[in-house]
Design a protein around this ligand. Structure first.
Ligand code: F6R
Length: 612
């Protein structure tokens, strides 16, 4: 949510900034801007509403701005509509200081009023401009930029990742973070700050993950790190080990399609290091049987698709562990005065590891004494660093805003964790344990088989893309999977869609079914197939058009009633959603394609939601 970048080095900054912003555009794309310090003209700022390509055109690919120090931003609007004035960078009144900001300054109104009383004139409606003006105010007072930054950080409340340049400091880029991601990259031609590694991986793999409260001063040859009291800190370097091509489209039309196709490999990478000689081995967590027996409640907490993973896992974990498992939306949990204590195990699930609500929920759980386990994709992200234990999904960088491969890897990793806990608790039979392990190992190949027939889904999408309301129905794991299928469809195709537990239809929703309404009936959960079938008959009787998803075992029966049937391979019931969701992702993709939507960057959305 908003991408920021900064560069100070021995080459022209503007093209580097634009390149980095392009790779981070999935973080926000309603406006963009850059500021570069020029030898002769001071700080030069170019910013405008719209996609990054508008900015690139207006600056001739950055060639119009000369200078080796600069900052850039791609925005997802929070305060103030997307327009040229609200775009970042924001500059102080006299044009001496420029900054880019990701996060929310919660006390900005109070600070703004104070500055207005001092005669400062604002040009935007943003909370971020307040920081630029306040910096100028304190810089004038103390005459030292770093000191001014320290003073400002003590006055602002909320979350921020900041990149700051000042015309008086031709060689210095200042960065600060609190509750918004920021990394430093140490390159051969200079040093970088960025919201995430995708922006700078072309230039360097040597990174420093900034911690909350840290401030950094970068020059072309040095990086100095300070704590919030300006005491020097030693920087801990890490290496980003994924390949540059992992964050590129590689010949595919969209990142989303590429990422759907990458699922077999991503699942294999997540699973294979964790199954040894038929046992689930989770090297990074150290639970004992005694600890597991002492757990009184399990909470699965997340947002969006990650929350849907929690919904699937609730069914699976309760089946395997015979313990109550609660799934909670992070944004609700954090303000619910939750019944969490030292005997609670709280599992937070997040692709980005930066989702603010999930992080806040995790902190709340920790504050109340719970043990926290994070299931995260982005290595070194804030949630991964703050959790008591972390298990990574090895999906690689996910660029499309709509998650697919991260969802699939979260799902299978949660199954492994469930199995691991069940073994500790002795609640799973040896037979079932072995059956699930063997089924997990077969998943990548089964997914591949589905992906060899994408044209079947494409065909149905071309039939149904004109519908403007769709219902996903299913029971048990099919219902949980339907939540994700429905979200995928609505977020990228803008078709209104809802997921319902089939048994609930007759309690109200069935009144919405009329001749021609599209119902996607999920019936891959064998144990309840007959019930699912009855619900299909019910909606058919009201004129619905039914696209069913089922397994080979039931396809013949289903074909007699549904209008169209997509068949997925059968696996152990616990793992069936991992296969059933693939055609749903593809359906959403092809429907959105038919409707001419911007698939990788759906309107109003952004990846990595670092605001509340
Ligand atoms: C939907 C989607 C979002 C995310 C949600 C949580 O396709 O991607 O719903 O799942 O914003 O994000 P993470 O997993 O990064 O915490």
């Amino acid at each position: 949510m908003c991408g920021i970048i900064g560069f100070v080095g021995r080459e022209e900054a503007a093209p580097v900034l634009l390149d980095g912003l392009e790779r981070m555009e999935y973080r926000g794309y309603d406006s963009a801007g850059i500021a570069v310090r020029s030898e002769t003209k001071g700080l030069q700022v170019r910013k405008c509403k719209g996609r990054l390509k508008v900015l690139a055109e207006r600056t001739c690919g950055g060639r119009d701005l000369k200078g080796t120090l600069g900052i850039g931003h791609t925005r997802w609007a929070t305060h103030g509509e997307p327009n040229d004035l609200n775009a970042h960078p924001h500059v102080s009144e006299n044009g001496r200081i420029a900054l880019v900001h990701n996060g929310i300054i919660e006390n900005y109104l109070e600070l703004k009023e104070h500055l207005i009383r001092q005669g400062v004139q604002f040009t935007s409606e943003t909370d971020s401009e307040v920081v630029a003006q306040l910096l100028e105010f304190h810089y004038r007072e103390c005459g030292n930029m770093l000191e001014a930054v320290g003073r400002v950080l003590r006055r602002i409340e909320g979350s921020y990742a900041l990149g700051i340049i000042c015309a008086d400091y031709p060689n210095a880029l200042i960065a600060a973070r609190k509750d918004s991601p920021l990394i430093i990259g140490c390159g051969e031609t200079g040093n970088f700050v960025a919201s995430d590694a995708t922006a700078i991986i072309r230039y360097t793999r040597d990174v420093i993950y900034m911690e909350d409260g840290q401030i950094a001063v970068l020059t072309a040859d040095s990086v100095d790190l300070f704590d919030d009291e300006m005491l020097p800190l030693e920087a801990r370097h890490s290496t980003v080990d994924w390949d540059v091509s992992a964050a590129e489209k590689g010949g595919y039309a969209h990142f989303m399609f590429k990422e759907i196709m990458e699922q077999p490999e991503a699942v294999a990478k997540t699973v294979s290091p964790r199954i040894r000689e038929g046992r689930v081995v989770l090297d990074d967590v150290h639970f004992t049987a005694e600890y597991a027996r002492g757990i009184s409640r399990i909470f699965l907490i997340a947002c969006g698709s990650s929350y849907h993973v929690g919904q699937v896992s609730k069914y699976n974990w309760e089946r395997l562990l015979r313990r109550p498992v609660q799934v909670e939306l992070a944004s609700e949990f954090r303000y619910s005065d939750p019944l969490v204590d030292e005997k609670s195990l709280v599992v937070v699930i997040s692709q980005s590891g930066e989702t603010l609500d999930t992080m806040a929920a995790m902190r709340e759980a920790k504050r109340r004494g719970a043990r926290t386990l994070a299931v995260v994709n982005v290595v070194g992200s804030s949630i991964a660093r703050e959790a008591d234990d972390v298990l990574y999904t090895w999906a690689g960088p996910e660029i499309a805003v709509a998650t697919t491969k991260a969802y699939s890897t979260q799902l299978v990793l949660m199954d492994l964790i469930g199995l691991y806990l069940a073994e500790l608790l002795g609640t799973v039979t040896g037979e079932e344990y072995d059956a699930i392990v063997s089924a997990v190992l077969s998943l990548p190949e089964q997914m591949r088989r589905i992906l060899e027939h994408v044209q079947d889904v494409q065909y149905f999408a071309s039939h149904y893309f004109h519908h403007d309301s769709v219902f996903f129905i299913g029971r048990n794991l099919d219902y949980a999977m339907g939540l994700e299928g429905s979200l995928k469809l609505k977020e990228i195709s803008y078709i209104h869609s809802e997921a319902y537990a089939s048994g609930e239809l007759k309690h109200g929703t069935i009144s919405l079914i009329e001749p021609g309404t599209l119902v996607v009936a999920l019936s891959t959960y064998g144990a309840l197939f007959d019930k699912a079938m009855s619900n299909v008959v019910e909606v058919k009787a009201r004129g619905a058009e039914v696209l069913a998803v089922t397994t080979g075992r039931f396809s013949e029966k289903m074909e007699k009633t549904a209008d169209a049937v997509l068949v997925v391979p059968e696996t152990h019931p616990v793992l069936q959603p991992s296969l059933g969701v693939v055609p749903l992702q593809l359906f959403a993709y092809y429907v959105a394609l038919q409707r001419g939507c911007d698939i990788d960057k759906p309107r109003n959305l952004a990846k990595s939601v670092t605001v509340e």
